[in-house]
Design a protein around this ligand. Structure first.
Ligand code: SPD
Length: 427
């Protein structure tokens, strides 16, 4: 057989584990591992997760490339192993077969660039390859791995380092800590961004301080959810608070955040905090009437364990558990990403608390799809966040606490609603 420039193996992996086929971080790690196992020098890796599922990616190696496209719904991966030089691509093949748990496979090997069909130009490719190998450090390569939070038609992607610090399937959800380049360490539940160390203050200051200043004298506070600890950290900045009860359903979230997001999970040992790992929906059902000044629902999106946090019965129970003059604040989704959940939640709050007692606060989170997010209120009394007139008290608090998002202008401004939002809120 005549000499060829490259060797190309086209592989069909079938009967693979669908979860593995949908896991961009693991696939990137395995594809890079397959290249390194065969002695290749990795230059760059680029991997994306697609909606609703599937991963595509390429590992560029000095010896050519490894590429993959997966169809998790069929347990299938189409893999290209293109190599030149001495590299044995069958080593990569064997490695990936194990990693993907492929029950069946086929492979077609082709020689690429038959030398007897090609005319050699007059430049010295050998010396170019030598120069390239002198330049590259086999320990260093560029990774392009993207985490995508999405629905069927919109997404927000963050490039992350590819390192997975925590990845546990709890009884409720998949809990992951990964590191994004722009926003640092990040908590993801299932495939949704929950918080990152560099922009968490937008969310946690805004879920806490507007309600605290609106109430003015909140002493007994209940937080449902909030497993990363950011909300209780903010609430406990207020000296008048006597007790915070926090009920988080998933102990894995608390564990992961204590270990990897310590600046967010910094108040779990506070003496005023009573931390319970329990079902918040069941807890509020049993809560005595007129118990809390403030109830904060820091839940995730209305899928999985948080679905019940968007129900009429749950908010009726919250209403009953609030004291007269009490305030409810709930994670209210986005009027640009989850319009239906956003308006349905507000209509529920209007039904329970009264039409004028369900204001919405808008704020911005760069790591949530569309960036525009909301907290929704239920007011069981006359105090209204729009009528708060405490500019110097708020500014003094902002300065002494070193807040980075909330201030007296934001307090007022966040309750202003664009016209399209007013339409979504109208019943
Ligand atoms: N899509 C994100 C919804 C926000 C969920 N809560 C975040 C928890 C922060 N404490």
């Amino acid at each position: 057989m005549s000499h060829a420039l490259g060797n190309h193996i086209l592989v069909e992996f079938m009967g693979c584990d669908p979860h593995i086929m949908n896991d961009v971080a693991n696939i990137e790690r395995d594809m890079v591992g397959a290249a390194q196992k065969a002695g290749a020098t990795v230059i760059n890796s680029t991997f994306h997760h697609f909606s609703p599922y599937g991963v595509s990616g390429v590992v560029v190696i000095q010896e050519s490339h490894l590429a993959i496209h997966t169809w998790p719904e069929y347990g299938y991966a189409a893999v290209d192993l293109f190599t030149c030089g001495e590299m044995d691509a069958w080593i990569s093949f064997d490695f990936l077969k194990e990693c993907f748990g492929a029950k069946n496979y086929s492979a077609l090997e082709m020689k690429r660039g038959s030398v007897n069909l090609l005319t050699r130009n007059d430049f010295d490719i050998t010396s170019m390859r030598e120069k390239a190998s002198e330049r590259s450090n086999p320990e260093m390569y560029t990774r392009n791995v993207w985490f995508t939070d999405k629905d069927e038609s919109q997404a927000l992607s963050l490039r992350f380092t590819g390192e997975v610090f925590y990845d546990v399937q709890s009884p409720f959800q998949r809990v992951r800590i990964i590191e994004s380049y722009k926003y640092g360490m990040m908590l993801a539940l299932d495939d949704m961004v929950m918080t990152t160390i560099k922009d968490e203050f937008h969310y946690h200051e805004m879920i806490s301080h507007p309600a605290m200043f609106t109430h003015g004298n909140a002493k007994n506070i209940l937080v449902i959810g909030g497993g990363d600890g950011g909300t209780v950290r903010e609430i406990l900045r207020h000296e008048g608070v006597e007790k915070v009860t926090m009920v988080e359903i998933d102990g894995e979230v608390i564990k992961a955040c204590k270990e990897f997001l310590p600046t967010i999970a910094s108040a779990f040992d506070h003496p005023k905090l009573d931390l319970k790992v329990d079902d918040g929906i069941a807890f509020i059902k049993e809560a005595p009437e007129n118990s809390y000044d403030l109830i904060i629902v820091d839940g995730s999106d209305p899928v999985g364990p948080a679905e019940g946090l968007f129900s009429v019965s749950f908010y009726t129970n919250c209403y009953n558990a609030l004291k007269e003059g009490g305030i409810l604040v709930a994670q209210g989704e986005s009027p640009k990403f989850n319009e239906k959940s956003f308006s349905e939640l507000n209509h529920t709050l209007q039904d329970i608390f009264g039409e004028k007692n369900a204001p919405v606060s808008l704020f911005y989170v760069p790591t949530y799809p569309t960036g525009m997010w909301s907290f929704q209120y239920g007011l069981k009394g006359a105090a209204h966040p729009k009528s708060v007139d405490k500019e110097s008290e708020i500014e003094n608090f902002v300065t002494t606490q070193g807040l980075r998002y909330y201030n007296s202008d934001i307090h007022t401004g966040s309750f202003a609603t664009p016209n399209f939002v007013k339409s979504l809120l109208k019943k």
